[in-house]
Design a protein around this ligand. Structure first.
Ligand SMILES: *[C@@H]1O[C@H](CO)[C@@H](O)[C@H](O)[C@H]1NC(C)=O
Ligand SMILES: *[C@@H]1O[C@H](CO)[C@@H](O)[C@H](O)[C@H]1NC(C)=O
Ligand SMILES: *[C@@H]1O[C@H](CO)[C@@H](O)[C@H](O)[C@H]1NC(C)=O
Ligand SMILES: *[C@@H]1O[C@H](CO)[C@@H](O)[C@H](O)[C@H]1NC(C)=O
Length: 383
């Protein structure tokens, strides 16, 4: 009896100690837990409200005169005729900055090579580079002049730049988004699809074109596809690049949106988004979030595709190349990746039953990890 009693006491004591341990760990990491877990849970519940009702719509609506101030910077470089007289499958905006000459050149000679696409795949795509003006306050005027000259030369040689007179900064990305939709409305409204991508993104153009041709043959409308963020909470830490002040956005969840690294909308959606921008306060400088707000007003919701990446980078394997669409973070290896990802062996590798099984096994091994790998999700192995 006595022994039993002591044992119970000991168990209780252990429980207490354990509890204390957990509590102190929680207390030490509370801020962390609060930031990441609690705010995600909160915002995910909130997400439903944000996506279903029109209070965002109401609170961010402004008059057309006020809205025009956000998106009416004059063009410094333009090529209005890019889309003239063409059955354009895809108009692709690359968000770039004046100084990124090399990235643009890499894109032109790889996935953005319009003539390659037209010869190989028999469709017209148009690649346009969107930018503001060089804004490094520390640069001297000589460097600015040089850059200006170089940019002008590029403009004459390639005819694919569109530049407006706003400072090309992170906090002006929404202005760049407005540029894209306005330019499309004015000059390329007949394009079947519109895409927006960063200049360090790799796009497997043959795979993308096949996917879009398929959608077009089904006459798909109301399409907005990419890597979807659902119920993302606004970052309230002031030291973050993505800091969002309360008075700019007061709710605890953003509407659903696709990562700005690369997404596609159908032509009808592009037109609707443009209309939405005409009466919205565009001071929210995270451009992908602003797109989500426009979409609520336009009545469009995003859909996910496992082979559109957000921040994620592709894994280097032919079985992945065979399916991938976008991959993020390619500053150095675009040319090499283009070569290997479009090689004839890639298509052959998964042909036949054996090839399919082999590739599924490889992709499961590469993508289905118990920890976060920042590439395509495990689901992608089975597609
Ligand atoms: C684009 O592709 C074509 C062949 O399809 C090739 O002749 C041309 O050199 C390529 N352009 C660039 C800039 O690499
Ligand atoms: C955005 O561009 C405008 C026009 O050049 C400029 O006045 C403003 O300071 C820029 N905003 C940011 C946050 O860089
Ligand atoms: C747009 O939003 C910003 C930030 O929330 C605010 O300061 C500004 O007054 C708003 N503009 C208009 C025209 O309502
Ligand atoms: C959003 O608000 C505007 C004006 O307040 C209204 O015309 C429009 O129909 C609303 N859209 C939605 C989807 O609620």
């Amino acid at each position: 009896m006595f022994i039993k009693f002591r044992r119970v006491k000991k168990l209780k004591f252990l429980q207490l100690v354990l509890m204390c341990c957990v509590m102190s760990v929680l207390m030490v990491y509370w801020e962390h837990v609060d930031d990441h877990v609690v705010s995600h849970v909160k915002s995910y519940s909130y997400r439903y409200l944000v996506n279903s009702y029109d209070f965002i719509n109401k609170s961010l609506s402004i008059s057309p005169q006020q809205a025009a101030r956000f998106g009416s910077y004059p063009y410094l470089l333009n090529n209005e005729d890019i889309c003239k007289d063409n059955d354009v499958l895809l108009l692709l905006f690359v968000k770039t900055s004046p100084g990124n000459f090399r990235r643009r050149q890499d894109i032109r000679s790889t996935w953005g090579n319009e003539s390659y696409i037209s010869h190989k795949l028999g469709v017209v795509i148009k690649v346009v580079f969107a930018m503001g003006v060089y804004s490094d306050v520390n640069s001297d005027s000589l460097r600015r002049k040089e850059l200006h000259k170089e940019l002008h030369k590029e403009h004459m040689n390639h005819g694919d730049l569109v530049q407006q007179n706003f400072h090309d900064t992170f906090h002006n990305l929404t202005v760049k988004l407005l540029l894209q939709f306005r330019w499309t409305h004015d000059n390329c409204a007949h394009a079947h699809f519109l895409m927006s991508a960063d200049d360090d993104v790799f796009i497997h153009m043959p795979n993308l074109v096949r996917y879009l041709q398929d959608l077009r043959s089904q006459n798909v409308r109301n399409l907005w596809v990419g890597h979807v963020h659902r119920g993302a909470p606004p970052v309230r830490r002031r030291d973050s690049k993505y800091y969002m002040p309360f008075d700019m956005y007061q709710w605890s969840s953003y509407p659903d949106y696709t990562a700005g690294a690369g997404y596609v909308v159908s032509g009808d959606v592009a037109a609707k988004i443009y209309q939405a921008t005409l009466s919205l306060n565009a001071s929210i400088y995270i451009d992908d979030v602003f797109m989500g707000i426009c979409a609520i007003v336009a009545g469009v919701s995003p859909q996910g595709h496992v082979y559109f990446s957000g921040e994620g980078k592709t894994l280097y394997h032919p079985c992945i190349y065979e399916k991938m669409i976008t991959s993020h973070g390619h500053e150095e290896d675009i040319r090499n990746l283009w070569k290997v990802a479009t090689a004839p062996q890639v298509e052959a590798i998964s042909s036949g039953l054996f090839g399919k099984l082999y590739c599924t096994a490889v992709k499961m091994k590469l993508l289905c990890k118990p920890y976060f790998t920042n590439t395509y999700p495990c689901m992608a192995a089975f597609i």
